[in-house]
Design a binder for this molecule. Structure first.
Ligand SMILES: Nc1nc2c(c(=O)[nH]1)N[C@H]1C(S)=C(S)[C@@H](COP(=O)(O)O)O[C@H]1N2
Ligand SMILES: [Mo]
Length: 389
């Protein structure tokens, strides 16, 4: 460079050459403001999601909330109903926690009969990881003095959907946060500005954005998003409900679907993400021969509970066709299942909590594609098209 560079900027942006690194808004939305925008996991490294790329899932758009007008109310089965402005809340002791948020509908294209042609992030990118800073909800509940009969909290958002959902009091008293900051700056409007609930390790839908009300109750609300949606219909005809914790999952982000190994045979690095709502990831195994043999990947430390954990392993690609898989094991001993095992247990009407092992096939010409296991019998030809909801 022989000439002076550009001026200072008040708020930095990625290089103009990185314009393709963007969220992917869901197509085929029935309503313009209801849907998702996926995080481009395949275009990112490390384990923290930049704020502008955190996935978005809204049921009726992003409300514009003036923080000076916003209030949070805690009432119901409490001794002292309380109301807080954002300024009131900022005087409380803050706590930061890095954790992932994952939509229960993440990866549910895996229920489809045909493998998804989408890039890894535009198929599995309803998960992101950030450092959330806010007030432990237990502090506010102690101040309100919750009744012994209290079992549930009904959390309500200030969006036009007026999202409401029930949260067990134990989780609220354990590690729930009323978050104000996301990766050091105030939460982005898309992710809940000025306030959201963060329930580390629990299903995305419980992390109520634009939080305005917590009603302490002895029973759940039986709201739309815990009855008709975010429950999983099983082959028995019964549905699982209140499936809060996200089970262990992993995904190779590079190389992954849609990429091309342009340089031909030789040494590559396999890199991916693993996470579990149960605590820490203990081990990630990687196979390059469709699951016949496995090797243990290196986990990037520090391995944090309920957070995205980066794993990496070198791979010498011989040039022939090869099927890459990753398999997460968490500290409870839970092992990420193969797709046929998940489908045998859960059927294909469930839509939510799809966490099966993912296969990427590297073809001889270096093209990478999503495939299902060769031996898998498509014995359940229901032909469902999974949705993000
Ligand atoms: N108020 C409100 N909160 C909400 C939602 C919503 O539509 N309205 N969507 C929920 C769902 S389904 C998910 S997966 C997460 C997504 O959080 P994010 O958009 O910050 O990634 O927010 C949850 N909280
Ligand atoms: Mo969700």
């Amino acid at each position: 460079m022989k000439v002076p560079g550009k001026e200072f900027t008040p708020y930095g942006k990625p290089s103009e050459y990185e314009a393709d690194v963007s969220r992917f808004p869901s197509p085929n939305r029935v309503m313009r403001n209801s849907g998702v925008a996926w995080t481009p996991l395949h275009l990112l490294e490390g384990s923290i999601t930049p704020n502008g790329l955190h996935f978005e899932r809204h049921h009726n758009g992003v409300p514009q909330i003036d923080p000076d007008q916003h209030e949070l109310m805690i009432h119901g089965l409490v001794k002292h109903p309380l109301k807080f402005t954002v300024d009131n809340l900022l005087r409380y002791p803050l706590r930061s926690q890095i954790c992932f948020i994952e939509c229960g509908g993440n990866s549910n294209a895996g229920f489809n009969k045909q493998p998804s042609r989408a890039a890894a992030g535009y198929f599995h990118g309803m998960v992101s990881c950030a450092e959330w800073t806010g007030i432990p909800l237990s502090i506010l509940l102690h101040e309100a003095g919750i009744d012994k009969k209290a079992k549930w909290l009904i959390a309500e958002g200030g969006d036009a959907f007026v999202m409401n959902i029930s949260i067990p009091v134990e989780k609220a008293m354990d590690d729930a946060i009323v978050a104000l900051y996301q990766n050091g700056e105030r939460i982005r409007p898309e992710n809940g500005y000025p306030l959201r609930l963060v329930l580390p390790g629990w299903e995305g839908v419980l992390n109520v954005k634009w939080l305005r009300r917590l009603t302490v109750s002895d029973s759940p609300a039986m709201a739309r998003n815990e009855t008709s949606k975010y429950t999983e219909l099983l082959p028995s005809g019964k549905a699982r409900q209140f499936t809060f914790e996200m089970e262990a999952k992993s995904l190779i982000t590079s190389p992954s679907s849609g990429m091309v190994l342009k340089d031909g045979p030789g040494l590559y690095q396999i890199s991916g993400l693993a996470w579990t709502g149960s605590g820490k990831i203990k081990q990630v195994d990687v196979s390059t021969d469709g699951g016949r043999s496995w090797a243990q990947a290196e986990l990037q430390g520090p391995v944090l509970p309920k957070s995205l954990t980066r794993f990496r392993i070198p791979w010498h690609w011989q040039g022939g066709p090869s099927i890459l898989k990753s398999r997460a094991i968490d500290e409870t001993g839970y092992i990420q299942p193969e797709r046929e095992v998940l489908l045998a247990n859960r059927g294909r009407h469930g839509f939510f909590h799809y966490n099966a092992i993912v296969n990427w096939e590297v073809e001889s010409d270096g093209n990478v594609n999503h495939v299902y296991n060769r031996n898998e019998k498509e014995n359940n030809n229901l032909g469902l098209d999974a949705s993000w909801d």
